[in-house]
Design a protein around this ligand. Sequence first.
Ligand SMILES: O=c1ccn([C@@H]2O[C@H](COP(=O)(O)OP(=O)(O)O[C@H]3O[C@H](CO)[C@@H](O)[C@H](O)[C@H]3O)[C@@H](O)[C@H]2O)c(=O)[nH]1
Length: 464
Amino acid sequence: MSKVNVLIFPYPAQGHILPLLDLTHHLAVRGLAITIIITPKNLPLLNTLLSTHPNTIHTLTLPFPSHPNIPPGAENLREVGNTGNYPFINALSKLQPQIIQWFTTHPNPPVALISDFFLGWTHQLATRLGIPRIAFYCSGAFFTTVITRCWQNPQILQSSQGVIEFPGIPGTPSFKREHLPSVFLRYRESDPESELVRESFISNAASWGVVFNTFRALEGPALDHIRAELGHPRVFPVGPLGYDRIDSGSSRGSEVLSWLDRFQEEGSVLYVCFGSQKLLKKEQMEALAFGLERSETRFVWVVKAPSTPEQKKEGYSLVPEGFEDRVSGRGIVVRDWVPQVAILGHRVVGGFLSHCGWNSVMEAMVAGVAILGWPMEADQFLNARLLVEDRGVAVRVCEGADSVPDPNELVRVISEAMSTGSSQRRRAKLMREEAVRVVCEGGECWKEVDELLRALLELGVKQG
Ligand SMILES: O=c1ccn([C@@H]2O[C@H](COP(=O)(O)OP(=O)(O)O[C@H]3O[C@H](CO)[C@@H](O)[C@H](O)[C@H]3O)[C@@H](O)[C@H]2O)c(=O)[nH]1
């Protein structure tokens, strides 16, 4: 008898692909056959996964559809930044005919489609294929409750005076207009590309099931709210994902780990990284360098290389001259992709200066490090509210993609948050205990993946 086959469709941005591949690995380990839809330039991201599961995971590699606002050759959001989301979502929706063609001629077609929540249009695709679609949320449940409300009622932007309230959502949160998810703020009524994006996000709620990279101890109320709103029990919080990532990163990364090995004092190093795609402007780099230097804390600072000539010209990612020499021995700047999960898990790392991207948040929770948050865009302001106000595991150091932190204030916050008795470090350690319980063998996230597997196998029996 053929194995039950499931189709997986990740959204081509690092922060989206990585956790969905983590989940794919967990499903493959449990014996599912899997086909991943991917475009050629993103294929190398699957190398480790494909070599780990050579007989169970296959790919459906399709050319990236051209789009007037996507530079030729760009296939990953990292190459264009978050403004590329609308063109990417629209361009990828053009893949439907090829997917249908592949599916209808497959000897053992998939019994379900698991796709990223940025690909909500795949709900209609799955309906045409006659299979259920499961939406994969690589962002948090609290964020999802807010963005769902935004898409259902985009008029909130017109009617509000700068601060927008969300009654009925646990905690009755309110946010400044500019702190709402940037993908929503870019919406323009009647613009065809915007309308496709809106319908796509709205379709997520109609999907057969939803999977979240989160866990109850962190987001119980938001998960309960979502379950009640959806009106069915197929809500699977399989997070925190990433703790056992099978791709350990580059060799330069292991140099960082060796550098960390030189220190003894537990929790004394601050790790600084703003996710996979965010670059800092010259003035922001200067303020941050000042803060790191004067706080006298140990640190690892990951600096992403500028991807366009304009960014280079404008001094993006430029580390101030002489800085590296002055901090030598207690801080390093790394200009490469690093194994973040391993770094956060190193015993000498105690703090994480982060943009509050959701994967970074999940990884920090498992590592038990305090977050020094600088939310910039997307879901990050909402994530920061959850972490700072609701959970107390983080402190804000700055807010906004264009803001320049006050250098002296930065020195104060870094020194305070990194001190041994800081409340953020204490609470982060408590959250770690919860997170570790969830991820250890037999813990809640194992049970949730098992539940998801059971649901998929049942679909296989029904359709088989
Ligand atoms: O050198 C690096 C840099 C990053 N990472 C990993 O890359 C991921 C980054 O993800 P995240 O922290 O979520 O940041 P972004 O890449 O910015 O993610 C985008 O996608 C996320 C999920 O939707 C959103 O929460 C963010 O706001 C959005 O910017 C994490 O797993 C990191 O461990 C590395 O392993 N090495």
